[in-house]
Design a protein around this ligand. Structure first.
Ligand SMILES: NC(=O)c1ccc[n+]([C@@H]2O[C@H](COP(=O)([O-])OP(=O)(O)OC[C@H]3O[C@@H](n4cnc5c(N)ncnc54)[C@H](O)[C@@H]3O)[C@@H](O)[C@H]2O)c1
Ligand SMILES: N[C@H](CO)Cc1c[nH]c[nH+]1
Ligand SMILES: [Zn+2]
Length: 427
């Protein structure tokens, strides 16, 4: 873990090294992914079955790719009542939050009677990728599938790998609660390729969302343009800003909550209290001793964690904007003032009683967020990712007469006489 003091000499260089440090897969997976995409495009189901045998170590027949209603029923029956109740609470809150996010159309009429505006419509079909390699994430099923259904997507497809044939029943229960229409037991780049190109069994979709490892992320990146994607999200990160009113043991847990996702996850604390900085540095190893994910979380904290001391909380603002973290937790007495000044963060958690982990599961806002400083230019997953905006224009006779000549003039200036004629013929 790196300790930095913003008032020490050389801070700017050391902070900029921290900001620029890449944490994403250093192995270049692009050639391997290109090969997988090509195989699926050419060989369809046969490629899916062969790659699933290789990477997930299971033999699936083509007619076994789809998860059946009977398997869904059996999975739901297996889920303990308290778990099902927690899933239902999460699903209801996520749905309410995203229903409020549905974008509205707009229409305006100018003084000459020309009507302009836009309207939103859902894509016909969307695919959500749910990771299943290292861990399974029922919460990510809800976070991806519910916004799609709120957007009005008619055909919602889920793909998820089942390594060694294992499928988490909670993932299937979450899919049923969220209204997923089709589920296929296939993962990795091959699953993303099947969603984009289609195979004999899986019909293609228009948009693909969801987190995944480097192969999944690279497949989405390469297929963008043929299909829409939400974003390229990498390893998790959290930036906690805390003042002396925060509790060191609670902060240690907050930091480790994201560190435990991945050895290359990143957890950073910024504080204006030197005592708190020391207390958190001591609390993290104590907290690590009690968690089963110690190995992963410790690797992340040791290699990518940081504690930064600033003279005043306001000094944290430019550091936050430079890091543009996926999650920003403001464990301070007056989070609102800091929040008003911050411009770049995927999602913000305000006050001592708002841990990021509550947002991962049940609060309502989406947990699929931009990482790796991409919050400078992109946003978390939302209903609009499953929709597109169509603009429209209806000219009145008087309105056409008012603006037509200028269009004809500009068309002539661009050397496009047919454009000009298309306007002037109507005069
Ligand atoms: N940002 C979020 O909201 C969020 C949520 C959940 C998970 N995640 C992240 O998603 C990632 C999930 O990764 P994962 O690996 O556990 O599951 P995954 O499902 O993304 O990947 C598993 C698949 O990767 C493919 N694969 C593995 N090795 C390969 C190789 N050598 N060549 C080609 N393909 C290969 C296989 O097809 C396998 O089925 C983690 O980094 C996790 O932190 C992010
Ligand atoms: N924090 C993760 C996104 O960075 C999402 C998640 C799923 N489950 C627990 N957490
Ligand atoms: Zn998490």
């Amino acid at each position: 873990m790196l300790r930095l003091d913003a008032s020490a000499s050389g801070f700017a260089e050391r902070f900029s090294t921290l900001v620029e440090a890449g944490r994403e897969a250093d192995t270049d997976v692009s050639d391997a992914v290109r090969g997988i995409l090509q195989r699926v495009r050419t060989d369809g189901d046969a490629a899916l079955l062969s790659l699933t045998r290789k990477f997930d170590r299971i033999d699936v027949a083509a007619d076994g790719l789809a998860i059946t209603q009977a398997e869904m029923d059996a999975a739901c029956a297996e889920v303990a009542p308290d778990l099902m109740a927690a899933l239902e609470l999460a699903a209801a809150r996520i749905r309410i939050f995203h229903e409020a996010q549905r974008p509205a159309g707009h229409e305006q009429v100018d003084t000459d009677g020309n009507r302009t505006g836009w309207r939103y419509t859902a894509v016909d079909a969307a695919g959500v990728y749910i990771p299943g390699g290292r861990a399974t994430y029922p919460s990510s099923v809800l976070m991806n599938a519910i916004p799609a259904k709120v957007a009005g997507v008619e055909r919602l497809v889920m793909v998820t790998p089942t390594p060694d044939g294992r499928m988490n029943p909670l993932v299937l229960a979450a899919a049923r609660l969220a209204g997923v229409d089709e589920i296929y037991r296939v993962g990795g780049a091959q699953a993303v390729a099947a969603l984009a190109y289609g195979t004999e069994t899986i019909a293609p979709v228009d948009v693909i969302t969801g987190p995944g490892n480097a192969y999944v992320a690279e497949a989405k990146r390469q297929l963008y343009g043929r299909v829409g994607i939400d974003m390229v999200a990498g390893p998790s990160e959290i930036l906690v800003v805390a003042d002396k009113g925060a509790d060191a043991d609670i902060l240690a847990a907050d930091l480790l909550s994201q560190a435990e996702h991945d050895p290359v996850a990143q957890a950073i604390l910024i504080t204006d209290s030197a005592e708190l900085a020391d207390a958190v540095a001591a609390a993290v190893p104590r907290a690590l001793a009690h968690i089963s994910t110690k190995a992963v979380a410790a690797e992340s904290w040791d290699a990518h964690g940081a504690i930064i001391t600033v003279a005043a909380l306001g000094d944290a603002v430019p550091l936050i904007d430079a890091l543009a973290p996926e999650h920003l937790a403001l464990a301070v007495a007056d989070p609102e003032t800091l929040f008003q000044r911050v411009r770049h963060a995927g999602s913000v958690f305000m006050g001592y009683m708002t841990p990021e982990a509550i947002g991962d599961y049940v609060a309502g806002p989406n947990h699929t967020l931009p990482t790796g400083r991409r919050a400078r230019f992109s946003s978390g997953l939302g209903v609009a990712d499953f929709m597109k905006r169509t603009t429209f224009l209806a000219c009145s006779d008087a309105g056409f007469a008012a603006i037509g000549p200028a269009a004809a003039t500009l068309a002539e200036a661009e050397g496009l006489p047919a454009h000009a004629l298309s306007v002037t013929r109507r005069f």
